[in-house]
Design a protein around this ligand. Structure first.
Ligand SMILES: C[S@@+](CC[C@H](N)C(=O)[O-])C[C@H]1O[C@@H](n2cnc3c(N)ncnc32)[C@H](O)[C@@H]1O
Length: 275
């Protein structure tokens, strides 16, 4: 039961549930429940019953392990605010390496490039890449209806007119692209249950499950990419921890340019080139 400003008790309930930054999250949930800024939460005195009910509802969801980003409905990626919720993968900071590597590959920011994002989810990679290349256009392919709807909302708000979305399996992608991005599902099926509960229980299986060895999506992409890339075009693929060599080996038709590490130094991104 939450009383007073709600902040102390929300913090305690979140801490008891094992949440890592309970005070920070409590303040953000309070700001959400009251529709005020985070700074204003410090001057809140007593909540009325409606406000208490809203805060209890949000704290209860978080205490059950639901991703914080789903509860507040947004997640920052590449300094852009993406709308997210049940049915779509929450974009991860490590994925920003794909955008950094695209900037290294193509120094001319004004190039009129064509991008594809295979398994676009929230649209995070496609929209961030288009932000950096103002004359580029791109298509995001997504097979999940729920994820596709989140991508539609984000494109409409952040990149209207420049990003196209297709609700289809990525095997239906056609016409060659200069850059193909993908952060495919790459967790070995048997490992999913041992992931943090907020991932395993709440994020969509289709965004995580890479088959028995985690490499199913790379096998599919290895067959597709030679036809999807223009000659001299590049693919930037996120990989799971420990997958670099096995995944790279699958792309025999393409030249491996580099394997880039993530923020923790783990090999995280394959950069491949079509000769
Ligand atoms: C790991 S998530 C990545 C989402 C987003 N690109 C990101 O980085 O946050 C993989 C996405 O690929 C989609 N996906 C999986 N297999 C697919 C396929 N064969 N065709 C199209 N999309 C697919 C999933 O539904 C999911 O949204």
């Amino acid at each position: 039961m939450i009383t007073g400003s709600g902040l102390d008790e929300a913090t305690r309930l979140l801490a008891e549930a094992g949440i890592e930054n309970p005070r920070r999250e409590a303040r953000l949930l309070l700001s959400r429940a009251l529709n005020i800024s985070r700074d204003e939460t410090l001057s809140v005195k007593d909540l009325n019953p409606d406000q208490t009910g809203r805060l209890e509802f949000l704290v209860g969801r978080r205490a059950k392990g639901e991703p914080f980003a789903y509860i507040i409905g947004r997640k920052e990626f590449w300094s852009l605010e993406f709308e997210v919720g049940p049915g779509v993968l929450v974009p991860r900071p490590d994925t920003e390496i794909l955008i950094e590597e695209a900037l290294r590959l193509v120094p001319d920011r004004n190039a009129a490039l064509r991008f594809a994002d295979l398994g676009t989810g929230s649209g995070a990679i496609l929209i961030a890449a288009l932000k950096e290349f103002p004359n580029a256009a791109g298509i995001g392919f997504e097979s999940s209806v729920d994820a596709f709807e989140w991508a539609q909302r984000n494109v409409a708000r952040l990149m209207p007119g420049r990003a196209e979305l297709r609700l289809t399996d990525w095997t239906n992608a056609e016409t060659p692209f200069d850059l193909v991005f993908s952060n495919p599902p790459y967790i070995p099926s048997a490992d999913i249950e041992s992931l943090a509960p907020e991932v395993a229980r709440f994020e969509p299986r289709a965004a995580l499950d890479g088959g028995v060895d985690g490499l199913d999506a790379y096998r599919a992409l290895a067959g597709l990419l030679p036809n999807l890339l223009k000659s001299g075009g590049h693919a930037l693929l996120e990989i799971g921890s420990g997958q670099a060599n096995d995944a790279a080996f699958l792309f025999q038709g393409l030249e491996l340019i580099r394997i880039a590490p993530d923020l923790s130094g783990i090999p995280r991104c394959l950069i491949l080139r079509k000769p």
